[in-house]
Each structure stands twice: as C-alpha cells, then as structure tokens.
Design a protein around this ligand. Sequence first.
Ligand code: FAD
Ligand code: NAP
Length: 320
Amino acid sequence: MKNKKYSKLIILGSGPAGYTAAIYAARSNLNPFLITGINKGGQLMNTNEIENWPGDFNKITGPELMNRMYLHALNFNIKIITDNIIKVDFKNKPFVLNGEKYTYIADAIIIATGASPRYLGLESEELFKGKGVSTCAVCDGFFYKGKEIAVVGGGNTAIEETLYLSNFVKKVHLIHRKSNFSAEKILVSRLMNKIQEKKVILHLNYTVKKIFGNVLGVNSILIEKIKLKEKKEKTLAVSGLFVAIGHVPNTNIFIDQLKIKNGYIQVSRETHGNYTQTSIPGIFAAGDVIDHVYRQAITSSSSGCMAALDSERYLNSIKL
Ligand code: FAD
Ligand code: NAP
C-alpha cells in the first residue's frame, strides 16, 4: 500500500501551464501540490533559445526559463513532488490519483500534462530509437558533431532543430512531406540562409520510408518522393535522424474518465468563466493538453492561470 497524500488542489505537470497554475493557486491560499511527471520542466527543456517569451529579449534557453518558473513556484512554498501519475479515479469524490510513489487525494485537480513528441511509426524507427533516432536536438545533437544528419518535419520544431544542428554538424538534410513550411517566417528565412551556405539540403515532398544501421547506430535512410506518379527513392548516408513531426497530447490515463476529442481533453470554453472545466466539475485542464491550435509557452501559461482561477471558484462553491 502506498502512502496517501491529501491536498485541496493538485496540479499535474511542471511545464508552463502547471507552474503558472500553481503560482496563481498559491496566491489564493489553496496550498496546492504540483506533481512534476517524468519530464520536469516540460517540453521547453528540449529547446535552446526562446525568443518569444515577453520581457526576455536577451535570448533565454528553455531550461533557464523553466528553472525560473520552478524557483518562482518554490518562492510561494508550493509543494513540488517528483512523481508520475499512472492511474486516476475521477468517478467518485474526492478524486484519487495513483502515482508511482504515492496515492493522492484531492478535491480539485488541474491537468497540465502537455504533449510528447510524435514518431513516424516505422518499424525501423523503433529499432534505432536512442541509437541514431532522436526527437531532441538539444539533448542528442552533440553526438553528431562533424557528421551528416537528417531532420524530418516542416513546423517550428523541425526548422529550429535544423538551424541549431547546422551550427556544428557537417550537413543537415531536411525532409518535409510538403513543398511549403508551417513554421514562422523568421525561422524559414534563417533556414534559406543556411541553404545558401550549403549547410542544409532540402528534400521537399519526401517522406522517410526506412532507417538502416547496425549495432553502432544509424548509417542511412531511404526517402521517397510523394505526389509523383512514378516512385522516386533516394538513400541518404546519415548517422542520425531527428524526428520533429509534432506532438501528441498526454491523455492516455484520462481516456475512460474524461471527454476527449482527437486525443485532447475537452474543456467547456465557456466565455463567461469556467473556461477550463473538463467534463467533470472539479477537474480542470490547461496548456497543450487542451490545445491543438496555438501550443505555445505563453498560451499554456495563460490557460494555466485560468484553470487556477476556475478551480478557486469551484473550491469556494463546494465549501469544504
Ligand atoms: P508541457 O511543457 O508539455 O509539460 C507537460 C508536463 O506534464 C511535464 O512536466 C510532464 O512531466 C508532465 N506530465 C505528463 N504526464 C504526466 C503524468 N502522467 N503525471 C504527472 N505529470 C505528467 N513555445 C514557445 O512559446 N516558444 C518557443 O520558443 C517554443 N519552443 C519549443 C521548442 C520545442 C523543441 C518544442 C517541442 C516546443 C516549443 N514550444 C515553444 C512549445 C511549448 O514548449 C509548449 O507549448 C509548452 O511547453 C506547453 O506547456 P504545457 O505546460 O502545456 O506542457
Ligand atoms: P507542428 O507545428 O504540428 O508541425 C508538425 C510538422 O510535421 C508539420 O510540418 C507536419 O506536416 C509534419 N508531419 C506531421 N506528421 C508527419 C508524418 N507522419 N510524417 C512526416 N511529417 C509529418 O509541430 P511542431 O513543429 O513540433 O510544433 C508544435 C507546437 O510548438 C507549435 O504550436 C509550434 O508553434 C510550437 N513551437 C514553437 C516554437 C517557437 O515559438 N519558436 C518552436 C517550436 C515549437 P504537415 O504540415 O504536412 O502536417
């Protein structure tokens, strides 16, 4: 039997949404617990530069920003617990969360479990995960210094990772399944400069078909041109593949408990308050886990703030 811990309000997740919710809840004297999950600090821990966090114009790294949010939460004496929730029971009140270390009981919960990188779904990708296939250039890029590598994707993450890696690898092959990018224009124009410098080679309208290698890791990939009547394939001799094709919301443990649409937790989006309430009163959700459109640090923080205000109103209404 695991030890039980109780708090009026428990927040799941230590990304921008979770920390912001915790700071607001602490200022309302709700004494929340914040459970970090496996990825303390969330997705921004994997990025090198943040240029769009208002007030921080002197480039700040993701880990620096998240450490500041952590210290800000500590400053309000928020109980930050390193644990990962594996099962929940929202069918009865108070709500129960089963963690790897403890069992938690709460009257209200804010889910801010964010999202995890999407993979291509190839069998060969499974074989080489951690041995040449990576979803984090900042974490693994160092191993490819002076080598030729590939990045797949056409959004902000793919372009940022390409730009970052091109500073120290020999060459980056950027593979994208369309002919235009969804990334921000400022990033695309930086990419064009790198293409002119011949540090980046573009493979537009291509998909990755297979990854090859041996015990030492990846040594090549097969890519296939799409939108062509005849098949056109190319083999690229690369020692690493960075997969940057978006993210999937972390909602598996809530599937039989809450209303979920296309993987995202549904919230009321009520325009007169209570925007972040899920299908169960007392359970709120914020950040990338409810958002398939904006998915930014600032939008996650702002919905974290809303969830804290909504949960305060809820806790007042049930008069514990
Ligand atoms: P996340 O940051 O995903 O955090 C989720 C948290 O939930 C984690 O702490 C995790 O451990 C926890 N968790 C998950 N499951 C559980 C569980 N079962 N139990 C307990 N805890 C759990 N946005 C910008 O605005 N500017 C940028 O420059 C920028 N750069 C980016 C670069 C990269 C490489 C990536 C991938 C994203 C970037 N983004 C950027 C987007 C931004 O990172 C996300 O929008 C933001 O982190 C979402 O915050 P969040 O708090 O909702 O979730
Ligand atoms: P994203 O914006 O969803 O882009 C995913 C990219 O991968 C798209 O180009 C998509 O192509 C492609 N893709 C998806 N599935 C694929 C598959 N199976 N095979 C090949 N390609 C596939 O994801 P993201 O770039 O990770 O960004 C996620 C969020 O974080 C966004 O909101 C982004 O703005 C934010 N972010 C912000 C910054 C910043 O502010 N500097 C940096 C990084 C991320 P299609 O277009 O064809 O679908």
